[in-house]
Write a protein that binds this ligand. Structure first.
Ligand SMILES: NC(=O)c1ccc[n+]([C@@H]2O[C@H](COP(=O)([O-])OP(=O)(O)OC[C@H]3O[C@@H](n4cnc5c(N)ncnc54)[C@H](O)[C@@H]3O)[C@@H](O)[C@H]2O)c1
Ligand SMILES: [Zn+2]
Length: 356
């Protein structure tokens, strides 16, 4: 078990989360409410057994269908009402086993119930481990947009369950790789180099720990997202616009991958990033079989960009890479420039972009 320090709570990366979760739950002293994504019922089972083995009272269990379409106010209220039905009180601990949609929704339910009870996410996807479960942002989607309702509500701890990754679908692994590459560019050159060398074979305990450390370090600087935390949005501005333009048919990881190329192109245009490093990023994405071009309508992507929360007049705020392991936030980029990058990313990179 590895421990990552730096936040008011600890982040553990364990092969099997169960014993650590039981130990932490025993320390809190209250009864436990266990909510999990049905798809990982086989990972919730050892958690339940370990809790019972340590004499922790499990007040109730709730299996839910997770996924973005269930990350709703209704989904969160379902958890809250279940907490009421099992007489959960202020000392109860809500343990949530699942991916980012489940931990976002359960964390939000924990924030609301009795004005906030303790909760402990056990992420079971790479994205959950290196991103969603760390940082205290909880919330749900509205029909009008993603993550429009939520709260900052820190967990008691985070326990990543590496064993869960064995059943993780290929698409979710690919998304995880895109986030790990992003983490490397944002703050860990050695992590980036390992992916550059080994491609998807780099996915494992080591890279997940390293990427989680990058997230912890940035959240520690800016727990309530007033500034520096924006670094984590590298590749996500154009990435989100691509997802929206595709009607959310494009996978998040694919969108981030193309978004990383687009951010690189913008950084090249700004003169803050080198061709050699841009080529390294592209080759690493390709090596992981991530896409570096899209087939969405440029107009639709630009329209989605124009709706970006960070737009000020005809200017957007971007995170741009400056070198592998370092980014610059809050770079003003004219919408027209962003459009050019989106247009270029509609075609595969030529030798000019791929060569060292
Ligand atoms: N709170 C934050 O700071 C933050 C940060 C980044 C992303 N997010 C959120 O995270 C969500 C995406 O998370 P995600 O990619 O984990 O999605 P997810 O929870 O929908 O999981 C992806 C899919 O994999 C399944 N699954 C989960 N673990 C599995 C396992 N071990 N084996 C087999 N199947 C498994 C799920 O049922 C689902 O179908 C988005 O809603 C996003 O907004 C939140
Ligand atoms: Zn992401």
């Amino acid at each position: 078990v590895t421990v990552i320090e730096g936040l008011p709570y600890r982040v553990f990366v364990a092969e099997d989360a169960a014993p650590m979760v039981a130990q932490l739950a025993a320390q809190t002293g209250g009864a436990v409410a266990l909510v999990f994504d049905r798809r990982v019922a086989h990972r919730a089972a050892p958690v339940r057994e370990a809790l019972q083995g340590s004499g922790v009272q499990v007040a109730g269990e709730l299996a839910v269908n997770a996924g973005e379409r269930r990350k709703t106010l209704r989904g969160a209220m379902n958890v809250v009402q279940w907490l009421t039905s099992i007489w959960a009180d202020r000392r109860s601990l809500l343990i949530a086993v699942g991916g980012g949609t489940l931990t976002d929704c359960a964390g939000f339910a924990a924030a609301m119930y009795m004005r906030g009870i303790a909760w402990l996410p056990v992420p079971t996807t790479v994205l959950g481990m290196v991103d969603a479960a760390i940082g205290g942002k909880t919330g749900v989607d509205l029909p009008e947009g993603k993550n429009l309702v939520g709260a900052f509500w820190d967990p008691a701890a985070v326990v990543c369950d590496l064993a869960a990754l064995r059943t993780l679908p290929r698409k979710q692994r690919a998304t995880g790789m895109a986030e790990i590459i992003k983490a490397g560019i944002v703050g860990d050159p050695a992590l980036f180099e390992s992916v550059e060398r080994r491609g998807t074979r780099a996915l494992g305990a080591h890279s997940i720990e390293a990427a989680a450390r990058v997230k912890v370090a940035i959240v520690a600087q800016d727990p309530r997202e007033h500034g520096p935390r924006a670094a984590l949005n590298l590749g996500h501005t154009i990435g989100h616009a691509l997802e929206a333009a595709s009607g959310f048919r494009m996978a998040h990881g694919d969108a981030v991958s193309v978004g990383l190329r687009a951010a690189g192109l913008l950084a090249l245009a700004e003169g803050v990033w080198s061709r050699a490093e841009h080529a390294r990023v592209l080759r690493s994405l390709v090596k992981c079989k991530l896409p570096v071009h899209h087939s969405e309508s440029v107009e639709a992507v630009v329209a989605a960009l124009a709706h970006d929360k960070k737009r000020v007049g005809s200017e957007l705020r971007f995170v741009l890479p400056t070198r592998v392991g370092e980014v610059r936030t809050e770079v003003g980029v004219a919408l027209a420039r962003a459009r050019e990058a989106v247009e270029r990313c509609a075609a595969s990179p030529g030798p000019d972009e791929l060569a060292q």
